[in-house]
Design a protein around this ligand. Structure first.
Ligand SMILES: Cc1cc2nc3c(=O)[nH]c(=O)nc-3n(C[C@H](O)[C@H](O)[C@H](O)COP(=O)(O)O)c2cc1C
Length: 158
C-alpha cells in the first residue's frame, strides 16, 4: 500500500497517533504535517489518511481547507479519516461528522475517533483557563485509544 498520512496537531497528540498508525502501516507510509512539510504529489499515492484534532468544537482550518481543495482527488483514493478529541460518544461523533465533508465520510474505507490528551505544559495560559474552568480538568491526562487505532488500520488495509 503506497500511502500518505496528512495531519495537523496543536499540542502533539495527533502527531503521536499518526506515528502509532505509521508503526502499524509500515515505514513506507509517509507522514506529512501540513504545517511543516511540503505536500507531495498526491496522485502518486493510492491511499490517503487525513487526521486532525478538535479545539473549541472545530477541526483545524488547514484540514478543512485541504479536504475542500482536494475533494475530487480524495474521492478517487482509498481514504481514511481520523479525529483526536477528548469528548466521547455522541458528542464525539457529531464533532467527527462536522469535521469532514459528508462525501468524504461516506467514501472513507476507515474512520476513527482516537481519543486525545490534555497536555498542560503545551497549553497557552488561556487554554489552561478554558480546560480548568470549562472542562473541569486540572492536570494532564492521556486517553489515546490504541484499539481504535488498530481497528482503523485493519479496516484500511482490508
Ligand atoms: C483549549 C482546548 C479546547 C479543546 N476543545 C475541545 C472540544 O471542543 N472538544 C473535544 O472533544 N476536545 C477538545 N479539546 C481536546 C483536544 O481535542 C485534545 O487535547 C487533542 O488531543 C488535541 O490534539 P492535538 O495536540 O493534536 O491538537 C480541547 C483542548 C484544548 C486544549
Amino acid at each position: 500500500m503506497k500511502g500518505v498520512l496528512i495531519y495537523l496537531s496543536k499540542h502533539g497528540t495527533t502527531e503521536k497517533v499518526a506515528q502509532q498508525m505509521q508503526n502499524l502501516l509500515g515505514d513506507e507510509f509517509l507522514l506529512v504535517n501540513l504545517k511543516t512539510t511540503k505536500l507531495p504529489d498526491l496522485s502518486q499515492y493510492d491511499t490517503i489518511v487525513i487526521g486532525g484534532s478538535i479545539h473549541a468544537g472545530s477541526i483545524q482550518k488547514g484540514i478543512q481547507l485541504f479536504c475542500k481543495n482536494n475533494l475530487t482527488l480524495l474521492l478517487q483514493k482509498r481514504l481514511g479519516l481520523f479525529l483526536c478529541c477528548m469528548y466521547e460518544g455522541e458528542v464525539a461523533k457529531q464533532q467527527f461528522n462536522a469535521a469532514f465533508p459528508d462525501s468524504l465520510i461516506a467514501h472513507a474505507k476507515a474512520t476513527a475517533i482516537t481519543g486525545g490528551e490534555f497536555i498542560f505544559s503545551e497549553m497557552r495560559w488561556i487554554e489552561k483557563v478554558i480546560v480548568r474552568k470549562i472542562v473541569g480538568v486540572k492536570v494532564s491526562k492521556s486517553k489515546i485509544n490504541s484499539e481504535a487505532i488498530a481497528s482503523f488500520v485493519t479496516s484500511l488495509k482490508n
